[in-house]
Design a protein around this ligand. Structure first.
Ligand SMILES: Cc1cc2nc3c(=O)[nH]c(=O)nc-3n(C[C@H](O)[C@H](O)[C@H](O)COP(=O)(O)O)c2cc1C
Ligand SMILES: Nc1ncnc2c1ncn2[C@@H]1O[C@H](COP(=O)(O)OP(=O)(O)OP(=O)(O)O)[C@@H](O)[C@H]1O
Length: 299
């Protein structure tokens, strides 16, 4: 897959199936668009292109809060997912105040007409341009509109998945994504207390702007140094010890190596429970034994 800033000079001239949207998470709803794109690319002997934005368009419209910078995936994973879904050319353009002022007609003139479009694919609720243009505005093209993909009678959407992650319902998030929600980060030093209670933990510090699941204890898989292990993770402030900073820590099963400075990827499988401020270490250890049993038995 080639990744390019959208400019007339960088655009590939081969016939292409253009898929339009923002695509945070590239969930099962989005994947349906790419499935159709692959079918059409085969029959029309065309490539597949996506024209999208690196950041959330809401940045231009809403009062700032830190969540606006966050995504359901890291940038690296986003590229991997586009590639896995068959995209040949990923064209990125910044969603700015100026861009937001373009009408659907301007967008077609300034962007779509620069490409050699064999077909356009959008979802059932796709709207574009400052005039909220519908697919009607695209009627000069061979246009395919994908019907709503739902789960439990509700639209699969990035917004719904964001809410699931933030509430700790990673099982729902995973079901809607079609893959496991993940966070990657460097393994850094914590308080070195974990080993003294029989549960050493890898403290994972992410540099990506991603949504952190709700504070709590989770069944996870963790990939480190090319191998995947089962583990149990805690997201929280280590309330029992009066901690002040929020950490993501993983007790990795059957693992006894030193891994500071390695990059680890944590796959969230299931929320076990919320964080508890215990009266003493013994109560925490008893609870963690129970967490371990649940995490080991989870399939
Ligand atoms: C599976 C798991 C469950 C945990 N549950 C709690 C909890 O309920 N309350 C709490 O205060 N800390 C909890 N912790 C965090 C521990 O307090 C923390 O791992 C320990 O203090 C070690 O910290 P350190 O990595 O900074 O040395 C949990 C940690 C793990 C791995
Ligand atoms: N569940 C779905 N079924 C069919 N098409 C979808 C679905 N979700 C999104 N699409 C389509 O995918 C493209 C990208 O959509 P968009 O990035 O707005 O995703 P979204 O999940 O709807 O996001 P948000 O929750 O932020 O509204 C659009 O063309 C949209 O219509």
């Amino acid at each position: 897959m080639k990744v390019r800033k959208f400019k007339e000079s960088t655009v590939d001239k081969a016939p292409t199936i253009l898929v339009l949207g923002y695509f945070d998470g590239i969930h099962r709803g989005h994947q349906a668009l790419f499935e159709k794109a692959r079918d059409l690319a085969d029959t029309k002997n065309a490539t597949i292109s996506v024209l999208t934005f690196p950041e959330n368009p809401s940045i231009v419209f809403s009062k700032f809060n830190e969540n606006l910078l966050k995504h359901l995936t890291s940038d690296k994973k986003r590229l991997q997912l586009f590639e896995k879904n068959g995209v040949d050319f990923l064209y990125l353009t910044d969603f700015t105040s100026h861009f937001a002022k373009l009408t659907s007609h301007d967008f077609i003139e300034n962007y779509l007409k620069k490409l050699n479009i064999a077909a356009v694919i959008v979802g059932f609720d796709y709207k574009f341009g400052s005039d909220n243009g519908t697919v009607k505005a695209l009627s000069d093209y061979d246009i395919y509109q994908i019907p709503q993909i739902s789960d439990s009678n509700e639209k699969i959407s990035s917004t719904r998945i964001r809410k699931a992650v933030l509430s700790g319902d990673v099982e729902l998030a995973n079901q809607l994504l079609g893959y496991h929600y993940e966070l990657s980060g460097l393994v850094v030093h914590g308080e070195a207390r974990g080993r003294t209670i029989g549960y050493p933990t890898a403290n994972v510090e992410s540099k990506d702007y991603q949504y952190m699941p709700a504070t709590g204890v989770y069944v996870v898989d963790i990939e480190v140094a090319g191998k995947c292990y089962r583990g149990m993770a805690s997201i929280g402030y280590n309330d029992t010890f009066g901690g002040q900073t929020k950490t993501l820590e993983v007790n990795i099963f059957e693992f006894h190596d030193e891994i500071y400075g390695e990059t680890a990827t944590v796959y969230f499988l299931k929320l076990i429970r919320g964080m508890v401020k215990f009266d003493g270490v013994e109560a925490l250890i008893t609870q963690m034994k129970n967490d371990e049993k649940i995490a080991r038995e989870f399939v």
